[in-house]
Every structure is written in structure tokens, then in C-alpha cells.
Design a binder for this molecule. Structure first.
Ligand code: HEC
Ligand code: HEC
Ligand code: HEC
Ligand code: HEC
Length: 151
């Protein structure tokens, strides 16, 4: 062994010790229990309030809208995909209003012409030309039962 390496070995040993001590204090307790992450984070995330409360919860108070939606082509959609997360609304509906989006841009998120989408899966129109005599899609189509048309 070259002599200079001999003098460097203790320095290396000191660095390894510092590394091991630092590692011991810096790595959170539950790290690695299930995988390369902190196992406790799962409980912490699960304890956060859910922002999307699901169709069943909306149905408790809005059975008329829910029945209508479920009877028609939009039955596969959740309420919150259009109205947004309902957790605060559910607690205090008068204070926390939800949006009622029926504009061309909003409906166009799913229905505007897009060559990457198959028309056999979702019907598409050109939001810039389809019946532009009316400003919004819901001036004609009922959002909950799309073929129930307004005059
Ligand atoms: C495709 C989007 C879409 C979906 C899905 C949808 N809604 Fe709506 N909803 C709308 C729009 C747009 C309006 C506004 C209609 C209008 O003003 O004519 C509305 C209006 C409403 C209103 C207000 C009615 C009123 O008389 O003011 C309620 C309540 C409602 N929706 C509940 C629901 C519930 C509950 C669900 C799920 C079961 C649901 N919506 C699913 C788009 C949607
Ligand atoms: C605890 C009962 C309750 C639940 C649960 C509930 N709502 Fe409502 N919602 C109401 C009431 C009451 C109103 C009328 C509020 C007003 O007129 O000030 C309302 C109004 C609405 C409106 C009209 C716009 C507004 O905010 O006033 C929409 C849209 C709506 N709800 C959608 C939903 C959706 C979607 C869900 C599920 C995520 C939901 N609601 C869950 C009670 C409820
Ligand atoms: C999250 C995606 C989504 C949004 C947003 C959405 N739709 Fe739909 N819509 C669908 C799906 C899925 C169907 C069922 C498949 C189909 O028929 O194209 C459908 C069906 C329809 C149809 C019937 C097409 C047919 O097959 O005859 C009309 C009309 C329609 N939607 C209008 C609207 C209007 C108006 C809005 C805005 C208020 C809207 N949609 C918002 C997903 C969406
Ligand atoms: C003036 C009333 C009117 C307005 C506004 C309107 N539509 Fe329609 N829509 C119709 C009628 C009528 C049909 C059936 C005849 C046709 O296909 O044009 C239709 C057909 C559709 C279809 C089915 C297309 C197919 O391939 O079968 C979809 C999806 C649709 N509309 C979505 C929308 C969306 C999204 C908006 C807003 C950007 C909108 N419509 C605005 C009256 C309207």
C-alpha cells in the first residue's frame, strides 16, 4: 500500500462515520418499511380531507338532477367533473356555491374536434362552427340529459 494512502485511510473512516451518524438522524423512522418511501406518509395523506366527495353524496340532496343524469348519455360522468370538487359545498351549500359551466369552451374540453379521440367513443363537434347562433351549449342542450333541448 502506498504510504500516502495509509494517512488518508483514517480521514476516510471519519467521513464514513459522519455519514452513518448523519444518515441515522436524517432518515425518517418509517422509511423503507414498504418500499423506497416514508411509510407514515400514507396515513398522513389518507387523513387529509377528500375534495371530491363522489356522486352518491351529491345524490343525497340532488336526487332529481342525479336521476336525470343517470338516465341519459352523460350517466358515465361524475357530477364533480363539471361542477368541481364538492367537499365545502356539502358542508354549507348556501355559502359555498359551485360553478355551473355550460360554455362552449367547457363542453369543448370533451366534445371539441380532436383527431386523437375516436368519434365512436365520444361524439365531437367544432365548437367554433356548431350552431353558433347561440352563445352557450346549454342554450340548447340540457347538460344532465343532453338530447332534452331548450327551444
Ligand atoms: C356535463 C356537465 C354536468 C354534469 C356531469 C352534471 N352537471 Fe349539474 N349542471 C351543469 C350545468 C351546465 C348546469 C347549469 C344548467 C343551466 O343553467 O341551465 C347544471 C346545473 C345543476 C344544478 C342547478 C340546477 C338549478 O336549477 O339551478 C344542480 C343542483 C346540479 N347541476 C347538480 C348536479 C348533480 C347532482 C350532478 C351529478 C348527479 C350533476 N349536476 C352533473 C352541468 C353538469
Ligand atoms: C347537504 C346537501 C347537499 C349536498 C350533499 C350537495 N348539495 Fe348541491 N346544493 C344544496 C343546496 C341546499 C343548494 C342550494 C343552495 C342555494 O340556493 O343557495 C345546492 C346548490 C347546488 C348547485 C347550484 C349552484 C350553487 O352552488 O348554488 C349545484 C350545481 C350543486 N348544488 C351541485 C352539487 C354537487 C355536484 C354535489 C356533490 C358534489 C352537491 N351539490 C352536493 C345542497 C347539497
Ligand atoms: C368529461 C367529459 C364531458 C364533458 C365535460 C361533457 N360531455 Fe357530453 N358526453 C360525454 C360522453 C362520454 C358522452 C357519451 C358518448 C357520446 O355519445 O359521445 C357525451 C355525450 C354527449 C352528447 C350526445 C352525443 C350523442 O352520442 O348523441 C351531447 C349532445 C353532449 N354530450 C353535449 C354536452 C354538453 C352540451 C356539454 C357541456 C354542458 C358536455 N356534453 C360536456 C362527455 C362529456
Ligand atoms: C342552437 C342549438 C345548439 C347549440 C347552441 C349547440 N348544439 Fe349541439 N346539437 C344541436 C342539434 C340540433 C344537434 C343534432 C344535429 C347535429 O348534429 O347538428 C346537435 C348535436 C350535437 C352533438 C352530437 C354530434 C354527433 O356527432 O352526433 C354533440 C356532441 C353536441 N351537439 C355538442 C354540443 C356542444 C359541446 C355545444 C357547445 C359548443 C353545442 N352542442 C351547442 C343543437 C345545438
Amino acid at each position: 500500500m502506498p504510504p500516502q494512502l495509509k494517512t488518508l485511510l483514517p480521514v476516510l473512516a471519519v467521513f464514513i462515520c459522519i455519514f452513518l451518524v448523519a444518515r441515522h438522524f436524517l432518515i425518517p423512522d418509517s422509511f423503507g418499511k414498504y418500499g423506497h418511501y416514508r411509510a407514515n406518509s400514507m396515513d398522513e395523506i389518507a387523513a387529509l380531507p377528500a375534495h371530491h366527495i363522489g356522486k352518491a353524496a351529491c345524490m343525497d340532496c340532488h336526487d332529481t338532477e342525479a336521476a336525470k343524469l343517470n338516465s341519459d348519455l352523460h350517466s358515465g360522468l361524475t357530477c364533480e367533473v363539471c361542477h368541481g370538487p364538492g367537499w365545502q359545498h356539502m358542508d354549507d351549500p348556501e355559502k359555498n356555491k359551485l360553478s355551473k359551466p355550460g360554455t362552449r369552451e367547457f363542453c369543448g374540453k370533451c366534445h371539441d374536434m380532436n383527431p386523437a379521440r375516436r368519434t365512436s367513443v365520444i361524439h365531437q363537434i367544432d365548437i367554433k362552427t356548431h350552431n353558433i347562433d347561440r352563445a352557450n351549449c346549454i342554450d340548447c342542450h340540457n347538460p344532465h340529459a343532453v338530447w332534452e333541448m331548450k327551444d
